[in-house]
Write a protein that binds this ligand. Structure first.
Ligand SMILES: Cc1ncc(COP(=O)(O)O)c(C=O)c1O
Length: 454
């Protein structure tokens, strides 16, 4: 099977599901970081049922932890098998080129090919950026207290290796804050020594979509480069990476995008644009076998070189994985990334509203009131006695009971609260293979378990 025949077969399926011809064209990227339109989940129920059938998820389990790993759909599984066989049968002398795949993917994220690489995953992308930045003793990295180890680990290496100091904004937990509140929190911690602002959007602990565009504008005003841990963005949100105004963005291919394990997206700004008019920050493609003395990048476009290709060239690449990733990408393009965003955030909004109805607003740890902060992750305190959220054993028991008694897979998180306490709330992912009935089901099951774990 060739890639084009895969595409044709998908088109057939999607046309049968009623996707119009216009949406089958390679999608143009979405505009900046727009708030989702919140499609009513009940609408298009047949369409989403057909999408659901493209996944081989165990019917006896309701899997709602996409924020950890996604489930590659049938097209991806087929592609992986066919490509693996091809690679073995038609062994080629050489490593081949990934330029075409990069070009197709880059377009969907609204960036140029020379600023895009396929990474192994988010952590790989974050580590590659840290490895290439010129950070030195006394330099400050401004970040948050809700970062994932994918960003924290290379940051700690920078501390120990280069004498970098980390400054952490304490993030709120709950539904009382606006996008501007986050900007203010970062702004008050910027100093003349701040050399990088790094943050996750959304955060994995509370599912808060930090306002990327606003935070990048703030950083630009102070001449500070930005690194966004966007692990959950590919496949969930339809963002145009360039319009976000960041310098570096790392995301996962195997979470919401449902690509194979070992795939991710990495954006390295290689242009001076309206969204980010600052000079290009110094960055070295340290982890590469493609660097041939191009030197430091200059701030004007003609002076910069193909940083994406240089990062992509690192020995023998994972051709089979990349082709599988491309198959997942094409399925998302054919459905429409904005349509997926609206659906999955819409489901999540319904879930958040139901949590507020049952448990009260104080139980919700993911913002919903300011729609700019919403995403498809939902974190909440499910306990009847609210203080039990600080009891790790009860939290672990809650997750286990939900699985054992109700066949629902979610996870808990370890979330530092502004008070200094540590919370262990539940986190639920709503994705394109879920529906409104699944939301009702997880809420009802969590309510029942909350009566038992007391
Ligand atoms: C915010 C965040 N960053 C990074 C990671 C690591 O992801 P990956 O497996 O793509 O490296 C995760 C994983 O859940 C995450 O939630």
């Amino acid at each position: 099977m060739t890639l084009s025949s895969t595409k044709l077969s998908r088109r057939g399926i999607l046309q049968a599901m009623g996707v119009g011809a216009a949406s089958l064209a390679v999608a143009s990227p979405a505009a900046a970081q727009t708030a989702p339109a919140f499609t009513a989940p009940a609408r298009d129920a047949n369409f989403w049922r057909a999408v659901r059938r493209e996944f081989i998820l165990d019917k006896n389990v309701l899997f709602m932890n996409v924020g950890t790993v996604g489930s590659p759909p049938k097209d991806v599984l087929r592609e992986l098998q066919v490509r693996a066989e091809e690679v073995s049968r038609d062994a080629i002398s050489g490593y081949g080129s990934f330029d075409e795949i990069r070009a197709e993917l880059a377009m969907a994220y609204g960036v140029d090919t020379d600023e895009f690489a396929i990474s192994d995953n988010t952590s790989d992308g974050m580590a590659k950026i840290f490895a290439g930045l010129n950070l030195g003793p006394g330099d400050e990295v401004l970040t948050t207290n809700h970062e994932h180890s994918g960003g924290n680990s290379p940051l700690r290496v920078a501390e120990d290796r280069h004498g970098v100091t980390t400054v952490r904004v304490t993030l709120p937990v709950g539904d009382d804050q606006t996008a501007e509140d986050y900007v203010a929190l970062f702004e008050e911690r910027i100093t003349s020594r701040t050399k990088l602002i790094m943050f996750s959007a959304p955060t994995y602990l509370t599912g808060t979509m930090l306002p990327i565009r606003l935070l990048c504008e703030l950083a630009q005003q102070h001449g500070i480069p930005t690194l966004v841990d966007a692990a959950h963005v590919p496949g969930m949100m339809a963002y145009n990476f360039r319009d976000l105004g960041a310098d570096f963005i790392a995301g996962a291919g195997a979470k919401w995008q449902c690509g194979p394990a070992g795939s991710g997206v990495l954006y390295v700004r290689n242009r001076v644009t309206a969204a980010n008019p600052n000079p290009l920050p110094t960055f070295w493609p340290t982890i590469s076998s493609g660097y041939s003395g191009q030197g430091a990048r200059t701030a004007d476009a003609p002076g910069s070189y193909d940083i994406g290709k240089t990062l992509q060239s690192c020995g023998n690449g994972q051709r089979v994985v990349y082709d599988g990733f491309l198959a997942a990408h094409r399925m998302w393009e054919e459905i429409g990334r904005e349509r997926i965003q609206d659906y999955v955030v819409g489901l999540s909004t319904t879930l958040k509203e139901q949590i507020v109805e049952r448990w009260g607003r104080q139980a919700l740890y993911s913002p919903v009131s300011d729609e700019r902060l919403r995403c498809a992750l939902t974190s909440f305190n499910p306990f009847q006695d609210a203080t039990d959220v600080m009891n790790q054993e009860k939290s672990v028991e809650f997750v286990a009971r939900l699985k054992d008694q109700h066949g629902i897979v979610i996870r808990n998180t370890t979330t530092p609260a502004p008070s200094g306490d540590v919370y262990y709330p539940m986190r639920v992912s709503t994705h394109l293979f879920h529906n409104a009935g699944d939301v009702d089901r997880v809420v009802e099951a969590a309510w029942q378990v909350s009566q038992q774990v007391a």
